[in-house]
Design a protein around this ligand. Structure first.
Ligand SMILES: [Zn+2]
Ligand SMILES: [Zn+2]
Length: 120
């Protein structure tokens, strides 16, 4: 039954940034919610990554890289539709060049990253 496979891919998503079909399973994270190529995400989670508890569905662009107190790197996303901030774990197959570009990008508002981490 070939249909079987398709049904189980329901959690995959089409990237709104580069149109890549992104599998939800990723090394290093249980809930991939951003594109490994361009790091664009969708606003689907309200408080906890994976809760899928918001109906916003706005496009979330990667804003900056932030490092948690335990040393884990997080991507800070901001929703283009509602302005919500969220911090997400980096996946093992995220585009390293895109991550480095993001890390080197000067942060316009230094409070943004810490505010995003507080919401975790
Ligand atoms: Zn993408
Ligand atoms: Zn939103």
């Amino acid at each position: 039954m070939l249909h079987e496979h398709g049904r189980h891919r329901s959690h995959d998503f089409r990237c709104v940034g580069c149109r890549l079909d992104v599998p939800s399973v990723a090394p290093g994270t249980a809930h991939r919610n951003h594109c490994p190529t361009c790091l664009v995400s969708l606003h689907v989670d309200r408080r906890v990554p994976g809760d899928r508890d918001t109906s916003c569905r706005g496009r979330m662009d990667a804003l900056s890289i932030s490092v948690r107190p335990d040393g884990e790197w997080m991507i800070v996303h901001q929703c283009a539709a509602c302005g919500e901030l969220s911090a997400n774990r980096i996946a093992g197959d995220d585009n390293a060049l895109a991550l480095v570009r993001l890390a080197l990008r000067p942060l316009r508002d230094p409070h943004v990253a810490s505010k995003a981490l507080v919401t975790l």
